[in-house]
Design a protein around this ligand. Structure first.
Ligand code: OAD
Length: 248
C-alpha cells in the first residue's frame, strides 16, 4: 500500500486539523465484521436474494413469514458480529475529540453505536428494532414486545403485524435523519465516504452536498463506486485497513 501513503497522510492531517468531520458509511463498513453487503458480486445479499420480495412492504404483505425469517437470520448475524478496527477507530476518535465527528450511516446494524458513536445518524433504520406494520386501528399504542412469538408476531387485540424497523424500498427515511445528515455534510471540512456503492439516494447525494459546502471529500472503498467522481481523493482499501490510519 506504499502508493497510498501520501494521500493517506494528507487526509490524516486534514482530519487532525478539522473542527467538523463527517463520515458517511455503507455496508462495506461492516463487511470485515462478517456482515454481508448488498451489491458486491457473489457475496452481496442482492446477488442472491430478491430485494422486491424481501425489502419492500409489498413483499412483506405477500409473504410475512418468509420476510420475517430472513430478517431474523440477519438480526442474529448482527448480534453476533463485533465492531471491526474501522468502527473502533471512529469510536476512539469521537472519545478523543468530542463534538468533531458526525457519523451518518446507511447501515441497519448497531456496530458504530457499540464502538462508541452513540449519536450516529441512521438513515435506513435499525434492524434490531420492531415496528408495527400499520398504525394501530384501535387508536392506541399496542406494545410490539407483547405481540407473542408468531413469525411475525401479531397483536392479539387488533391483528396488526410486527415488522423490522428498517427502511424498505419506496419508504420514507426516519423523520429528521436526512436533515441531520445534510447539516453535517454542509458543515464538514472533511467528508469521508466509506464502503458504499453510492447507488441509493438520498444518501448518495451527501458527498456532493459536502463538496459544495467546501469539504475535502474522500472515498474509502476497495472497488469503484457510483460517486467516485464527487471525491477529491479515492483511497482503494478497506475500512478496517484505512480508518485506523486516518483517525488513529
Ligand atoms: P452496497 O452493497 O451497495 O455497497 C457496498 C460497498 O462496500 C461496495 O461499493 C463495496 O465495494 C464496498 N466494500 C466492500 N467491502 C468493503 C470493505 N471491507 N471496506 C470498504 N468498502 C467495502 O451497500 P450500500 O452502499 O450500503 O438499504 O447500500 C445502500 C443501501 O442499499 C443499503 O443501506 C440497503 C441497500 O438496499 C437499506 O437497508 C434500506
Amino acid at each position: 500500500m506504499a502508493e497510498l501513503d501520501d494521500p493517506v497522510r494528507d487526509l490524516r492531517e486534514r482530519i487532525a486539523a478539522a473542527s467538523r468531520v463527517c463520515v458517511l458509511t455503507g455496508a462495506g463498513m461492516s463487511a470485515e465484521s462478517g456482515i454481508a453487503t448488498f451489491r458486491d458480486a457473489l457475496t452481496g445479499l442482492w446477488s442472491r436474494f430478491d430485494p422486491a420480495r424481501l425489502a419492500s412492504e409489498e413483499g412483506f404483505r405477500a409473504d410475512p413469514q418468509l420476510v420475517w425469517d430472513w430478517y431474523a437470520e440477519r438480526r442474529e448475524g448482527v448480534r453476533q458480529a463485533q465492531p471491526n478496527a474501522g468502527h473502533r477507530a471512529l469510536g476512539d476518535f469521537a472519545r478523543r475529540r468530542p463534538g468533531v465527528l458526525t457519523v451518518v450511516s446507511q447501515n441497519v446494524d448497531d456496530l458504530h453505536q457499540r464502538a462508541g458513536n452513540a449519536d450516529t445518524v441512521r438513515l435506513h433504520g435499525d434492524i434490531l428494532a420492531d415496528r408495527w406494520l400499520e398504525p394501530c386501528r384501535r387508536g392506541r399504542a399496542c406494545d410490539p414486545a407483547a405481540a407473542g412469538i408468531d413469525r411475525p408476531p401479531r397483536c392479539a387485540e387488533c391483528g396488526n403485524l410486527v415488522r423490522p424497523g428498517v427502511v424498505w424500498f419506496g419508504e420514507m427515511l426516519p423523520p429528521g435523519a436526512i436533515e441531520a445528515a445534510e447539516r453535517a455534510a454542509r458543515a464538514a471540512e472533511v467528508m469521508l465516504v466509506v464502503g458504499t456503492s453510492g447507488a441509493v439516494w438520498p444518501a448518495a447525494g451527501l458527498a456532493a452536498t459536502a463538496r459544495r459546502g467546501g469539504a475535502r471529500v474522500a472515498i474509502v472503498n476497495p472497488h469503484a463506486s457510483e460517486i467516485d467522481g464527487e471525491a477529491h481523493v479515492v483511497l482503494r482499501g478497506t475500512a478496517a485497513q484505512l480508518l485506523p490510519r486516518l483517525f488513529g
